[in-house]
Ligand binder design. Sequence first.
Ligand code: PNS
Length: 163
Amino acid sequence: MARAIYPGSFDPMTRGHLDVARRAAAIFGEVVIAVGSNPTKRPLFTLEERLDMARRETSDLPNVRVEPFDGLLVDFVRREAPAVVLRGLRTVAEFDSEFQMSLMNRAACAEVETLFILPSAEFAFHSAHLIKELAAGGADLSPFLTPAVATRLKARMAEKEGA
Ligand code: PNS
């Protein structure tokens, strides 16, 4: 049974992430959504909140499991071996950094293979970062987030404004 690890910060889980997770679940025997931390980003949601959203949003996918990870991705992949790493590739601009990350991971652990999957074209320009900017400005989030995630993001933005 082939297993794919789909890592990310999922801050929060977007419709684009869900699209990738669904596509992966149709291809692989098991998909592990690995919720971690990107050292270059400060998350808006705690790890527990991000895990909870990812679990709720994928609860209809029986072969998807959501797990936290900290430290290096390659160490998590080793613990879940045999498994490949799966990343969504949205734009050409993203290719460089994804290429670099994949080869750095391979340099750190020779057995780690990274595969890329393309999201549906309608999600190709979505990013969690830009969605947060739209949320801060009060835009309609329905094209980007499920209603449950949109509600949580709006609430978090309101808390931040009040703070
Ligand atoms: O959703 P993101 O922010 O693009 O996810 C990036 C993430 C969390 C997958 C990446 O930052 C990561 O793997 N972090 C764990 C630390 C690590 O292994 N760093 C080495 C990268 S070559």
